[in-house]
Ligand binder design. Structure first.
Ligand code: AMP
Ligand code: GLY
Length: 420
């Protein structure tokens, strides 16, 4: 098979690595890719959101399918454009991707289908927002409706703070179009988990669970980031909770999307809070998580290409997805300053000695080669070090040994990923 993967982060490195292991893969192309991916796949410098560019590439390489990694091309309708050219794609259509692209759509959808979630209020003006914030005594979450690169959600404790945030988004256009409307949500408490399912539009199957570590610093301090590390499976979940999430959240979503004429095909990522009233949806994403993919896919013991084929042919029913019994953790090494301002183009230590290690993977998140062919940083999150082991303690030891050996002085990492 000829496969094109769209994206160039740690998630896509992990996706491409899994696809490359399949005996069904003949040609693997990634765009834009990164120097880590370049070691085993052909990369083309086409941006993930360049829809015409990606369509042309898919045609040129005669792709049997395109695996769309990030949310932006999905929300922009890359799948729909590829289908017009007769090219199959793994990922939801533009309309189905609204589950992530519009938080309001997603909340209203869950309400229509009785999917458990926090109470919410849709607001387009500050007066309505203030009223709702006061009703909740400021103990609430303020969310920009659209995509805001993970920065559009603020968890608040006080009326003052919530009003300031709502004003910034609604009146001062902090997120532009993405903040034309906001949600004020009831703030719920519990342990979070990321649940990944794959759906062919009719049915779904769980493909892994993980716990993300979103805050920048140890002990969940500091600002929210895209994720500073993850472990799989999610410690907050067990078989019975997985079943409950599958039956009460995943399947009603798949049936609901189909009944509304927007069948959902691809990865459905449910961000869950396990509360004392059961699991509730914090958000849906229409793609794999980053860095969760770097722990979910290394545990997958079923050919990812086969899973994609069965999804595209709407044949997922009765597909058994297996996992290795071991656990996985990933530790992200980020640029100093992330998630605020940071420098790019800083030379990274050589990673050669970490190639070909068993049960260890060094995924590239934000790296590139400079004009002198040096490997340099090219993003907030730079590397993601995954290890597999019989227990989380063993995983931690292996992953942190590598993180310390890499010893990149201009970066930082959390020391408590997977600390129980
Ligand atoms: P999101 O970008 O929607 O994943 O939200 C970022 C983080 O905000 C989540 O991981 C949660 O920790 C928190 N959060 C979002 N919505 C709520 C809510 N309704 N109640 C409590 N925490 C929330
Ligand atoms: N790690 C969170 C996300 O991928 O959205």
């Amino acid at each position: 098979m000829n496969i094109l993967v769209i994206g160039g982060g740690g998630r896509e490195h992990a996706i491409a690595a899994s696809l490359s292991k399949s005996p069904l893969t003949k040609k693997l192309v990634v765009a834009p890719g990164n120097p880590g991916i370049e070691m085993f796949a052909q990369c083309y410098p086409i941006a993930a959101d360049d829809i015409p560019g990606q369509c042309k590439l898919a045609k040129d390489i005669r792709a049997d399918f395109v695996f769309i990694g990030p949310e932006i091309p999905l929300v922009l309708g890359l799948k729909d454009e590829l289908l017009k050219l007769g090219i199959s794609a793994f990922g939801p259509s533009k309309k189905a991707a609204q589950l992530e692209g519009s938080k309001t759509f997603s909340r209203e959808f869950c309400k229509r289908h009785n999917i458990p979630q926090p109470e919410f209020k849709y607001c387009t003006d500050i007066k309505t927002a203030k009223k709702q914030i006061e009703l909740l005594n400021g103990y609430c979450v303020v969310k920009a409706d659209g995509l805001a690169a993970g920065k559009g959600v603020v968890v608040c404790d006080t009326v003052n703070h919530a009003i300031i945030e709502a004003t910034e988004i609604l009146e001062n256009n902090k997120f532009g179009e993405a903040g034309k409307s906001i949600l004020i949500e009831e703030r719920i408490n519990g342990i979070e988990a990321s649940v990944f399912a794959v759906s062919d539009g009719d049915t779904a199957v769980l493909i892994g669970t993980a716990q993300d570590h979103k805050r920048a610093y140890d002990n969940d301090q500091g600002p929210n980031t895209g994720g500073m590390g993850a472990i799989s499976p999610a410690p907050a979940l067990n078989q019975s909770l997985n079943r409950e999430i599958f039956n009460d959240i995943i399947m009603p979503t798949v049936h609901g999307m189909k009944s509304e004429g927007n069948p959902y095909e691809g990865i459905l990522y449910a961000g869950i809070m396990v509360t004392d009233k059961g699991p509730k949806v914090i958000e849906f994403n229409c793609r794999f998580g980053d860095p969760e993919t770097q722990v979910v896919l290394p545990r997958l013991n079923t050919d990812l290409v086969k899973i994609v084929q069965k999804t595209i042919s709407k044949n997922l029913k009765n597909m058994a997805v297996n996992f290795i019994p071991q656990k996985a953790i990933t530790v992200v090494i980020a640029s100093n300053g992330y998630p605020g301002e940071f420098e790019k183009g800083i030379v990274l230590p050589s990673l050669n000695e970490f190639k070909n290690k068993t049960e260890i993977s060094v995924f590239h998140s934000g790296t590139k080669k400079d004009e002198n062919e040096n490997l340099v940083s090219n993003g907030g999150r730079v590397l993601s070090i995954t290890s597999i082991g019989d227990n989380i303690q063993e995983c931690r030891q292996k992953a942190y040994n590598i993180v310390e050996a890499i010893n990149w002085k201009q970066g930082f990492y959390r020391k408590d990923i997977g600390k129980l």
